[in-house]
Design a protein around this ligand. Sequence first.
Ligand code: NDP
Length: 372
Amino acid sequence: MNTRRDFLQKMGASALMLQLSSVITFANTPNQIEQPYDGKVLRVAIMGLGGYATRVAEAMKACTKAKLVGVISGTPSKVKDWQMKYKIAEKNCYNYDTFDQVKNNPDIDAIYVITPNALHHSHVIRVAKAGKHVICEKPMALNTKEGQEMIDACKKAKVRLLVGYRMHFEPQTLEVIRMRNAGDFGKIMFFQGQCGFKIGDPKQWRLNKALAGGGSMMDIGIYAINGARYMVGEEPVWVTAQETKTNPAIFKEGVDETIQFQLGFPSGAVASCLSSYNINHLDRFYVSGDKGFAEMQPSTGYGPIKGRTHKGELTQPITTHQTTQMDKMATIIFEDDKPVVPVDGEEGLKDLRIIEAIYQAVKTGEKVKLTA
Ligand code: NDP
């Protein structure tokens, strides 16, 4: 296990120096309009070259405002592969022992942390101390204490901390939010969020409490929490929750298999949600008001997202989520652009606060009040 962690970083400064074109034109996905961009490009290094990182890297090929220029990995063979595939300069390759040196690398603006949940805290704080902007995958940390420390570290270092909430840039999702804000659904009364899948390999880190921080709730249930907040447009004030565990051999102590939870909002709206590692095809949002409704299924998968409202099918363009996300994050970082739904550390912290309350409610069987 250690060999993957302590590999060589030094590959010397040489050969594959990446030149960022001042005018970049990309139109790799069907519905992305080709347009020249001559602004500042966010030069990103990805940390943790696993499944999701690979998806992000592929999606970034179509970005106009962000560019993959570096990697941080514990697996030398992956570094070689990624160097070849994405033309990454040797001087932009690091491992987990050496990445603090990124502070001396003027060719990297931001690091995207895509490692197991438990590592986000230390990885983000180290990146902040190296003076680079950080994008961190969800859940941003294992608990609110860690989350707050990450926010504080980034503030102190004067770098941005963004959380990889790709749905916050998804066109159909944004249309539902626009319609809600315009009053099309009337007074919101109810949200339902169902998020889950049947997890495979019992040895994976997602089923290891020390690395995952929990079970389905940390990984997939967080989408229902986050979705409840952006679909209802309020912050919940109470939580109740119940856990169902059918397979304690796989879902050990502290690793939740299925949790049903309910949220109450200040307006009186309620949410009924399901998070599961043992039920397939759970990817549905439903929001209902006294004048109308929206339904999305799939609602948070990689797409295409499919939504309809009482007015008919949603027809917003299908996008590659991570392409849009990274381009938008570049403008958030460089131009202080304000997204409709925030993706900053405070936003990540709000979800963690609710996750903690859900776990507490499961444990105590009581209604847990949430304070801002
Ligand atoms: P993977 O297991 O596929 O990849 C994680 C990578 O982290 C590994 O390949 C490895 O890369 C690195 N790593 C460093 N230390 C460890 C360790 N101790 N054990 C295992 N891996 C380690 O996970 P995912 O890519 O699926 O998930 C990573 C993060 O991304 C999670 O926080 C997850 O919640 C989030 N995610 C977000 C999604 C979204 O849609 N926003 C979707 C999927 C995941 P290396 O060998 O290069 O060091």
